[in-house]
Design a protein around this ligand. Structure first.
Ligand code: ADP
Length: 592
């Protein structure tokens, strides 16, 4: 693995190339030199022999032979041996002109083993044999000596080329050492060169590796303005641009993620296999999916018989409603399209329980208002018609007129009260900011309300007491609406307490709050009605409430006002024993 990596590295390739180049150059030069030397020796030998055995000299030798002076010939050739360069590698022989066998020679040992060379054959045929070939491994020269036309002797010079060979050997060893030295130098140069090219490339590779693992870090130093420097510069620009783009992308993803995390609506994204890719906390809370990793689209929506393929084939986005844990959830199904191919399904979940409740309570409210108005209107209309009839028939008496008009007047008052209460409620619904922030003495306000109710209480034979505990600090809030609450509650306590009953209104301070307690020993409220007592138009005993001029809105209005002041109102009651209403209000911190 490691050796493979080394072999595929640029360093290895550069060094290998240098080494191969050096080897080939040295081999080419070496071969050329050896050839040149060999050729030079051959040419030297040839020209030397041709010089020695010139036509004139050979003619002289032939003449000596014709004169029968063989001794003279042999002595003459021997005299020339110095000029022929005869030494231990180069010998001359006198061969028999007929058979080509050696008669005598400077090396008698070698003379016995002389081969028949092409030059000897030429001489046997009467021509000078002066052809030397590098491939033959020796150089020779053969001159026929004639007596008339008769070839009597052949002077044969043979060089074993040992001297040339030893020179070639020397050159070869020089070439070999230069080869080793050249390889060493080329390896060193190769490493040096590849280092200068590779070190910036390695920095680029390392940086690219770091970038691919998400670490953009610093830019790479640009050390040169060559191609690699330009590449490094471009790479730095590219990495900066990539980092910027990725950061922008990431911030987009983070934004979307934050929106999805905190939006009230649930979002679930399914992949093409129906597996959940993404689910936000709202969706988890709404759907209560036990094991997200094991769930899939068809399983989750099996209760509404909806499958993924149905959503995929549907032309429009689908809308469904399901019930989960007493909540009603509206589902919007949309296909995710990525570049023309299906990318799954996204489901948006909306908890419509509150909206449904609100719609129901609105419908109920309208029905209640109509109902509450219809009764007095019917009464007024009935009595007015009767009065009209009696006027037309001229059959009326003053008492009847007075009774009827009193009823009409009372019913009109009831309608006025109802409309006033409704107006107040709608004012509280739409603008809690309509409440004023003013400083006033809460204790004396309560005392004033109690003293105003003394006459009503006296008429109903109810004992009404005001019991402040300690002194109260100055209170901040909306004076009129707080007075309205106290009036409602004291009026209720007196209304729903029988003769000889007792109503105590007390007020005090507890920690940062003031508390107001209205306690009576009247008819009380049944336990099952208590949870609904603050609902609009809720009345325990409708007939009794109406008979006593109640609208069923008093407690609802009171609760709205107290909550708007950042306080709380609670009712505890025992049926037939009495009722206690407790209000707590922060002294100086109304929230509107
Ligand atoms: P209403 O105008 O009918 O009095 P409220 O909203 O003030 O309307 O009161 C709602 C109902 O709560 C009343 O109809 C009555 O049945 C009951 N209730 C309120 N206060 C008392 C109380 N102190 N004792 C007994 N019942 C009460």
């Amino acid at each position: 693995m490691k050796s493979k990596r080394i072999r595929s590295s640029i360093s290895y390739k550069v060094v290998l190339m240098f080494v191969l180049l050096t080897i080939s150059i040295i081999i080419v030069i070496g071969t050329f030199m050896i050839n040149r030397i060999d050729n030079f020796y051959h040419e030297e030998f040839e020209s030397l022999m041709n010089n020695v055995f010139s036509e004139e000299y050979v003619g002289r030798l032939n003449k000596n032979l014709e004169d029968g002076n063989v001794e003279q010939v042999m002595t003459s050739i021997n005299t020339y041996s110095g000029q022929m360069g005869i030494d231990s590698y180069r010998n001359y022989y006198i061969l028999d002109g007929k058979s080509g066998n050696a008669i005598t020679g400077t090396n008698p040992e070698l003379a016995k083993t002389l081969d028949m060379s092409p030059n000897i054959i030429s001489a046997l045929n009467g021509k000078i044999g002066d052809r030397t070939e590098a491939s033959m491994g020796y150089m020779d020269f053969a001159v026929p000596l004639k007596n008339g036309n008769n070839i009597e002797y052949i002077v044969y010079v043979k060089d074993s080329k040992e001297e040339v060979n030893s020179i070639v050997q020397n050159i070869l060893s020089i070439i070999f050492s230069s080869l080793l030295f050249g390889i060493f130098i080329s390896v060193a140069f190769g490493i040096l060169l590849s280092k200068t090219i590779i070190s910036p490339i390695s920095s680029l590779t390392q940086k690219a590796r770091r970038i691919s693992s998400g670490d953009f870090g610093n830019t790479i130093d640009v050390k040169a303005s060559d191609e690699i420097g330009q590449l490094t510069n471009t790479f730095n620009d590219m990495s900066m641009e990539l980092h910027k783009t990725l950061k922008e992308k990431q911030s987009e993803i983070d934004k979307t993620e934050t929106i999805l995390q905190h939006m009230a609506d649930g979002v679930i994204a399914f992949d093409t296999d129906g597996k959940i890719m993404h689910i936000n906390p709202a969706a988890k809370k709404l759907m209560r999916i036990p094991k997200i990793e094991n769930s899939n689209f068809d399983l989750i929506f099996s209760e509404i018989d909806l499958t993924m393929s149905q959503v995929n084939v549907a032309e429009k986005n689908l809308e469904k409603v399901i019930k989960r844990n007493e909540s009603e959830i509206k589902l919007f199904f949309a296909k995710i399209k990525t570049r023309d191919k299906m990318g799954g399904i996204v489901v948006v979940l909306q908890d419509i329980t509150e909206q449904q409740k609100l719609d129901n309570s609105r419908r109920e409210f309208v029905a209640n208002v109509s109902h509450e108005l219809r009764t007095p209107i019917t009464t007024v209309k009935g009595y007015a018609e009767t009065l009209l009839d009696s006027v037309k028939e001229n059959d009326y008496d003053k008492d009847m007129f007075e009774t009827f008009l009193t009823v009409i007047n009372n019913e009109s008052d009831r309608m006025t009260r109802l409309v006033k209460d409704l107006l107040l409620l709608s004012k509280l619904d739409y603008s809690k900011k309509g409440l004023k922030r003013e400083e006033f003495d809460l204790a004396s306000l309560i005392e004033g309300v109690v003293s105003r109710f003394q006459i009503t209480a006296k008429n109903a034979k109810v004992n009404l007491y005001y019991e402040p505990i300690g002194t109260l600090p100055i209170f901040t809030g909306d004076r009129d609406s707080i007075e309205q609450v106290i009036v409602n509650l004291v009026s209720n306590a007196v209304k729903y307490t029988s003769a000889n009953g007792k109503v105590i209104v007390s007020v005090g301070k507890l920690k940062g709050n003031v508390y107001i307690k209205i306690k009576d020993n009247g008819i009380g409220i049944p336990r099952e009605d208590l949870p609904h007592i603050f609902e609009r138009f809720y009345r325990v005993d409708k007939a009794r409430s109406r008979e006593r001029g109640g609208t069923g809105l008093g407690l609802a209005i009171s609760k709205d006002i107290i909550v708007a002041h950042g306080g709380d109102i609670t009712i505890s009651s025992d049926y037939g024993i009495g009722t206690e209403v407790i209000i707590t209000l922060p002294i100086k911190k109304p929230i509107f």
